[in-house]
Design a binder for this molecule. Structure first.
Ligand code: CAA
Length: 379
């Protein structure tokens, strides 16, 4: 266990674990099969303060530290990674940028309902032709009386169709390149925001991910986040915290794969003994545990730095890169240890293997994390 946990951090971790195993875990396989969005669970998470964990109580949040949030997220992911990504996006890339860049009126109007869980939020940066190269986004924000009209397409939007307020990046000045992008708080409850059908994904099947068409979507004057041209700063600043969150999600999935593998290795017998007594299985388990422990330290360290207000771009990228790559490898080994049963929907590791795969892709691919780390090293 990480030695620096305070009493509060331990209590939050325990509360998250209890809720995850009693309320989230039992229905996870069913939701994976049906694709049903866990609305009631999200409502309960909101009541527990888990949807705006680091947001001060005055703005509807729980007002706890960033490491507590990460510990809670890891426990939720242990039970159901789909619930975890919904929680992560609301906390990290919807609430956090509004808290960091919003003015008082924006915090009262938009942050309060998102942090309290009354409404869900999301983040619209990615476009069909602008994923890793976020600055290539084409969505236009054109000035009109009283605000802006947004036109363009956004892709892979988590919480699309179930969320209300989205931190949205659009080009306000096409001649200014990266400095011509601004951030807005977009209200999705209007005819100009057209949510597509949920994507048919390999994993995370009960979280909602959609394409969004913006057709003269209106944003009022007072819903610009930060100054004109601040769009990428708002987006990338939020992604530092978001990446630690996704690393925590991967950690929770990987820990579950580990625990399932140990249980199976003790129960399953071959050649006259438990498979865990074969050195080949022991080698897998030992390597899995080593990567898990290293991942955990990286994630908690990045979270502690963020809480201390230190720049943590490299630490967040490192934690995400190592933890998500390790988690994908770990879930692959878990399937291998389970043999044919690991390939069957009857066994949990099959879902973990599908759910974990996207963690090396979203909120910045592993290739982008390597680029972020190397750029800082070479500065
Ligand atoms: N914090 C704050 N500001 C930052 C920053 C950070 N970590 N990183 C960059 N910036 C600022 C820069 O300082 C710069 O502003 P100035 O010019 O004023 O200094 C501005 O942002 C632009 O930065 P760059 O010039 O470095 O931008 P770039 O075009 O070279 O891109 C990149 C860099 C790292 C490749 C970036 O495009 C990137 O991270 N791409 C990946 C995109 C991504 O992660 N998308 C995830 C989508 S969200 C998601 O997946 C959620 C979900 O559904 C789960």
């Amino acid at each position: 266990m990480f030695p620096q946990f305070t009493e509060d951090q331990s209590a939050i971790r325990e509360a998250a674990r209890d809720f995850a195993m009693s309320e989230i875990d039992p229905g996870a396989a069913g939701r994976d099969a049906s694709g049903e969005f866990p609305k009631a669970i999200l409502k309960q998470l909101g009541e527990m303060g888990f949807l705006g964990m680091t947001v001060p109580e005055a703005y509807g949040g729980a007002g706890v530290d960033f490491l507590s949030y990460i510990l809670a997220l890891e426990q939720i992911a242990y039970a159901d990674a789909s619930v975890a990504v919904t929680m992560s996006v609301n906390n990290s890339v919807a609430c956090a940028p509004i808290l960091a860049f919003g003015n008082e009126a924006q915090k009262q109007r938009y942050l309060k309902p998102l942090a309290s869980g009354e409404l869900l939020g999301g983040f619209m940066l990615t476009e069909p032709d602008a994923g890793s190269d976020a600055a290539a986004l084409k969505t236009r924000a054109t000035k009109v009386d009283g605000g802006w009209k947004l036109n363009g397409a956004k892709a892979w939007i988590t919480n699309g169709g179930v969320g209300r307020y989205f931190v949205t990046m659009a080009r306000t000045d096409p001649d200014k390149g990266k400095k011509g992008i601004s951030a807005f708080i977009l209200d999705a409850d209007q005819p100009g925001v057209v949510m597509g059908r949920p994507e048919e994904k390999m994993g995370l099947r009960s979280s909602k991910t959609v394409m969004v068409a913006l057709e003269d979507a209106f944003v009022p004057e007072d819903a610009m986040l930060g100054k004109p041209g601040d769009g990428l700063k708002v987006a990338f600043g939020g992604l530092d915290g978001g990446r630690i969150g996704i690393a925590a999600q991967a950690l929770g999935i990987a820990q579950r794969a580990m625990d399932e593998s140990v249980t199976y290795a003790k129960a399953r017998r071959s050649f006259g003994k438990a498979i865990g007594e074969h050195q080949m299985i022991q080698t897998y388990l030992a390597e899995m545990e080593a990567r898990l422990q290293a991942s955990r330290l990286l994630v908690y360290r990045a979270a502690s730095l963020k809480e201390a207000g230190k720049t943590c771009t490299v630490e967040a990228a490192t934690a995400k890169l190592f933890t998500t790559e390790s988690a994908v490898w770990l879930c692959d080994r878990a399937v291998q240890i389970h043999g044919g049963y690991g390939y069957s929907r009857e066994y949990l590791v099959e879902r973990l293997y599908r759910d974990v795969r996207v963690t090396t892709i979203y909120e910045g691919t592993s290739e982008i994390q390597r680029m972020v780390i190397a750029r800082e090293l070479l500065k």
